[in-house]
Ligand binder design. Sequence first.
Ligand SMILES: Cc1cc2nc3c(=O)[nH]c(=O)nc-3n(C[C@H](O)[C@H](O)[C@H](O)COP(=O)(O)OP(=O)(O)OC[C@H]3O[C@@H](n4cnc5c(N)ncnc54)[C@H](O)[C@@H]3O)c2cc1C
Length: 424
Amino acid sequence: MKVAVIGAGIVGVATAYELALRGAEVTLIEEREGAGLGTSFANGGQMSACEVAPWAGPEIPGLIVRWLGRDDAPFRLRPKMDPEQWYWLLRFLMRCRASARRERIPPNLELALLTRARMAAYEADFRDAAKSFAFDRRDKGILRVFSTAHGLREAAAESETMARLGVEQQLLTPAQCVELEPALVSALQRGEITGGLHSPTDASGDAHLFSKGLAAAAAERGVVLLTGATVADIIIRAGRACGVTTSHGPVDADAVVVAAGTGTAALLKPLGLRSWIYPVKGYSVTLPAPEGNAPEVSITDEARKIVISRLGNRLRAAGQAEVGGYDLTLEPARAASVLSALTSLLPQAGVAADAAEFWCGLRPMTPDGSPVIGRLEPFSNLFINSGHGTLGWTLGAGSGAALADLICDSAPQLSLSPFSIKRF
Ligand SMILES: Cc1cc2nc3c(=O)[nH]c(=O)nc-3n(C[C@H](O)[C@H](O)[C@H](O)COP(=O)(O)OP(=O)(O)OC[C@H]3O[C@@H](n4cnc5c(N)ncnc54)[C@H](O)[C@@H]3O)c2cc1C
């Protein structure tokens, strides 16, 4: 079977690799010059099964109002004359309930665990083939630190649900947080930490390096990677997808997968389909890891709304969420606020701010915080794997495997019904 996969971010690359493992002839089409150069390029690096709860929650509407007009606000709304933004926002606000957030934890977690399993399998495959690729993976877990007792209590309650589903987190006192990660000592001294949750089985790593490495491994399995090729449309004949038109010419296929991140909505619209995916812009800063003082454990600072990951000899912090359309302009003030959140949390680390590399990307977000994976009816051979929002690195490999099972009629490793587009 010939499959065309649109988009070579972490999700598209994993889908292509998993399809090739099942014997499909895959063409992976990417408008940029290589794999992992879109939103998968410089994200926060966390592979965080412990943080699969959606962003939409009861506290969000109040926070949006509190942060209105602030340039460095962790969450910012920029209203557009775009009905898609308003449909999305309405749905998002309707999901800002504790029960709605809880409902999404089990399916997201199951997908995160499948991702862990698939990544372990890839590493074994590469070892057997006497090959490997490095992506600065670090298996020191993720530590979430909280500045309020309320935040800690809420997260601890969610962690009980996760523990029942197989992901243990340990509740830590402020002193235990610093014992685990000494770089947090000054935050403790300033009285900023009321406690933490440590997820020892979570990890961090560089999603761009991984996407690039997996794309190369996919090419060795026969996947054709067409880069610099923009898909203009999906060709439909007699109610079936039979290929795509690209800037390099047509590509025929027996099945088409849209894994185009924030490019997904534009590809589906001419077919009369709404993706329910809207961009949420975020920023990251990458610096040389300060010698001796850089954190070893990946950290989520719940007060500053940033994540920090050590990637080999680099340190990365990421944060910010702006619902403001598709504009990818890097705003210096927004980018600087991520750096200043990092330096204010870890003032003693001595980060070399002048060597900072800033980046911004668009998270392909659904209103409910779960991706959309599955068939796009009424077309029996058109599929979607997109909308991973804040969790594409955490859920990407599992999503690729689950969709490849569906396309190739392999035994399903998890139910895709919670990820169906029909839920909207
Ligand atoms: C600041 C920030 C921090 C983050 N931190 C984390 C984290 O710590 N952990 C985590 O799990 N997730 C994190 N994420 C989210 C994660 O990065 C995304 O969910 C993930 O990268 C999405 O992957 P993707 O493959 O769907 O999209 P992309 O990586 O954007 O890939 C889609 C690809 O499709 C291509 N494309 C689009 N349209 C077309 C077309 N018409 N023709 C051809 N090609 C096309 C694009 O060029 C792009 O390369 C973060 C995101 C941001 C912005």
